[in-house]
Design a protein around this ligand. Sequence first.
Ligand code: ADP
Ligand code: ZN
Length: 767
Amino acid sequence: MTDQQNSLFETEPQPWNLDDLDDFLAARIAFADPPFGPYDYSIPADLEAHVKKGVRVTVPLGRGNRNMTGYCIDVIGPGHEAAKTVNPKRLKPISRVVDATPLLNESLLKLAHQISEYYLSPLGTVIETVVPVGARDNSGTREMLFLSVEPEVAKDLDAVKLTKLQRRILETMLGPNQDWTPGELAETVGCTQGPISLLRRKGHILSATRRVQQKTHEIPSEKRMSDLQLNAEQQTALDAISKSVDAEEHRTFLVRGVTGSGKTEVYIRAIQQVVEYGRQAIVLVPEISLTPQTRRRFRARFDRVAVLHSHLTSAQRAWHWKQIAQGNVQVVIGARSAVFAPTPRLGLIVLDEEHDGSFKQDNTPRYHAREVAQWRAGSEKVPLLLGSATPSLESWHRAHNGQYDLLSLKKRVLDLPLPDVATIDLRDDFGGKKRFSPISQKLRSEMNAALADGGQVILLLNRRGFSTRIQCPACGKVEYCPDCSIPLTHHAAGNKAVCHYCNYEVPEIRKCSDCGNTAVRFSGLGTQRLEVEVAKLFPQVPIMRMDTDTMRKPGSHEKALSQFREGETKILLGTQMIAKGLDFPNVTLVGVVNADTSLHLPDFRSAERTFGLVTQVAGRTGRGERGGRVLVQTFSPDNPAIVCATRHDYVAFAEGELPGRAEFHYPPFGQQARIVVRSVVQAKAEQMADHIAECLLAATDELGLQLSLLGPSVAPLEKLRGNYRYHMLLGAVEDRAIQQVVTRARKSIKEIDDVQWIVDVDPYNMI
Ligand code: ADP
Ligand code: ZN
């Protein structure tokens, strides 16, 4: 029931007789902007043929009947289950229909509903995410004039008095090509536009304008590559997937394969099968993996591959969208949003590097492409492949529950060994010194050896913007909250250490709580400082830094990688950006400058991220004949995340980590939602956060559900772009309990001016 209808029911009894209403039609309209709706409107008789699910319409909104464009999400006739809730006499009529054909099909509309419900986002906003902006505003199209012969004239040319030239013009138009523009016609006939215009004036030729797509893009093709001979593990995996493809059934496969085990080759073979059946496949990868290497790899195996990356113009995006919708594309490769590619006959979805955080969108709707792919594959009855060397614990848990089928590739292809990984204990290196080099003696000498041998070096330092922490440099101890198993954060303002989940607070920690050392450290090192230090140590060696600051421009990432491939750069240093998917046989040494940067972030996933990152970056070496070596610098060489990464032992890591998650009901054993409140006025943000918390608790009681609420507290990132931030974390074990509670609470939450707040279901960002 819509909000509008809801309030109707409260104010008056049912004033109409349903029997009179056989022929009514109402359309349910959702908006991308407040007040979002959905609201019902009546359909004027002359628009009946044009109002369809998935088209945009213009409607009068509110008391002032402001014109507003919204999406038609349902058409309600007498037999419709919602029919009883509609009082057609009270409805305002739709003013105009915007689109001639629906912008999204039934399947995508259903997906939009699922996203809206699960991620608590307005349906209109979700639809705007599903349909790219270019496809909505006709980007890359233009109005063109098309000519046709008047039907009576076409029946019998002899009945009309014509000159020889005029006759030739009309005969040409009646040939096999029916789509004539004046220019093309004149060129084909070999005349000027004059005689064509004359025929138009006489009414022998009719003209009409039509909106057509400009050719904005070509899908390039690549030199063909033949299939590789799969090894036994790859073949076993493919066989299992093939069975599902043949059966046209939905099933989710978790393909866990060590780095370089040939997962992509398995996907390609499964996709070939799907394409042979005349169906399409969607391949989702992290944006950063949409390299020319990936494109070439797929284009060498399939004729029509669309690559959707973030640097496409909206006209190009719209062009691809239409090509895909028309079934002209076999394989769609893209980042997160490609999960909405409008393939007419989907056959398979692949989500590679499924552990990657970039699959989660960090603005509304805050969806995770893995979840959405799961829903889509389920309703379109196709297999879903999730691939990773280090699967998310969520997926691993589902594989163990039997929700997913696990396929393992335990060996690298061609019997290449996994690289040898050793740790360097920074506590030894520090040795009480006040200032120490980020590159230890050992790492430095190994770098020298690798470079002298003609090899290349990758250095990883994953220092993101926010990362103050309290750590003892002598014993490595990091100070934790006693209640949350989350590291405490040092606040210079106020001289205190705070837990950002529960607000636990102690005065400034000056002494290590383990060894009593009084030189505790509050911050670390970023890639920028690292670059300077490495340049000092290796003055003659070409170095490149790769992080979000240096890779802003479109194409800069590709350029940097090609320089590295060509050997112009010898040392590549950067953030997690360099850990993903790169395949450079000449990299003989990988150095992790400080494995602890991601280990002690105020986030329960920090160990998982660290394990994944170290394993992924280690996988960048040993891909050629020269082998490879990995050195991991850490203050915590005994931390299970690091120990397991050095042993390439995912299973041990997962088994060690899961019990802790279970104890605190963290995912995958429970669901979370994070609420972030922000305002330029600190007191207002705090007041709103308290108010929301009260409403959430009241709603939890009313519904009789079990929910935990941590906070509200100051967010780790206290102030962002001039806004003060507060947050709270909801936890629940029962499926959809959080959605029910938030939906109920929203009815009683009163907005405060200058305060914004958001709900993030299944949050990945905790700062
Ligand atoms: P992953 O995706 O697991 O990291 P890839 O599919 O990228 O692994 O494979 C790594 C490399 O091994 C690629 O260069 C690929 O062409 C090659 N490769 C994959 N399968 C085979 C095979 N069966 N025989 C030989 N080489 C293979
Ligand atoms: Zn705490």
